[in-house]
Ligand binder design. Structure first.
Ligand SMILES: C[S@@+](CC[C@H](N)C(=O)[O-])C[C@H]1O[C@@H](n2cnc3c(N)ncnc32)[C@H](O)[C@@H]1O
Length: 197
């Protein structure tokens, strides 16, 4: 089954699969990002919008969130739950983000990066839409080892959706135009962050 169809098929039940402790971990991770009130954030691979209320709260009414996903059913679930005037949903691929150049302050990509078909292209697109000095955050509420074992065990469309090792991630993001790249990979979180040069 193609990946888009795989996620569309999972959309209606997606939220029931996410445990409360994982939501708490994500809330802590978003809070530690220290997003500025008034900033514009791209939630790339938003899915059913698990991160949306956390991001909206962080940026406040003077900020904005753009939530992008390539799976229409995932987006439909997110749209049902969240409507704010400063929240925009767009259907599109990470490898061809449907935004102009340098229009966001932050790109946050939770539990989605390893699913992108072309990781280098996706990182380049994140750099393109970010303003200079803007930040990319690729995060998971689990370690790289956990994520890669999970995807391999699920098989099918996500079997080969693996987070590359640290050196490769550093190269991908440096070559895409990021600097000051840091990576934390511990049992309950994975977080890569970098600034657009
Ligand atoms: C594991 S889900 C995570 C969703 C959400 N960020 C969360 O934290 O629950 C991965 C999401 O990435 C989306 N996705 C996968 N490949 C994509 C691509 N190439 N472009 C845009 N979205 C993609 C899927 O449709 C799915 O909604």
């Amino acid at each position: 089954m193609p990946k888009k169809a795989y996620f569309d098929e999972k959309a209606a039940k997606w939220d029931t699969l996410i445990k409360d402790e994982v939501i708490i971990r994500l809330q802590n991770m978003v809070s530690e990002l220290g997003l500025s009130q008034g900033s514009k954030v791209l939630d790339l691979g938003t899915g059913t919008g698990v991160l949306i209320p956390m991001l909206m709260d962080a940026v406040g009414s003077s900020g904005a969130v753009v939530a992008i996903d390539f799976a229409p059913q995932m987006l439909a679930e997110a749209r049902k739950k969240y409507q704010w005037t400063n929240l925009e949903f767009l259907e599109g691929a990470a490898e061809a983000i449907p935004l102009a150049d340098q229009v966001v302050d932050e790109v946050v990509c939770n539990s989605a990066f390893p699913h992108f078909d072309d990781l280098r292209r996706a990182a380049q697109e994140m750099a393109r839409v970010l303003r200079r000095g803007g930040r990319v955050t690729v995060m998971h509420p689990h370690s790289r080892e956990y994520i890669n074992e999970l995807h391999a065990s699920l098989g099918g469309a996500v079997e080969n959706c693996l987070l590359p090792e640290e050196e490769v991630m550093q190269t991908i993001f440096t070559e895409a135009g990021f600097e000051s790249i840091t990576l934390e990979d511990v049992p309950q979180r994975y977080c890569l962050s970098g600034r657009k040069r």
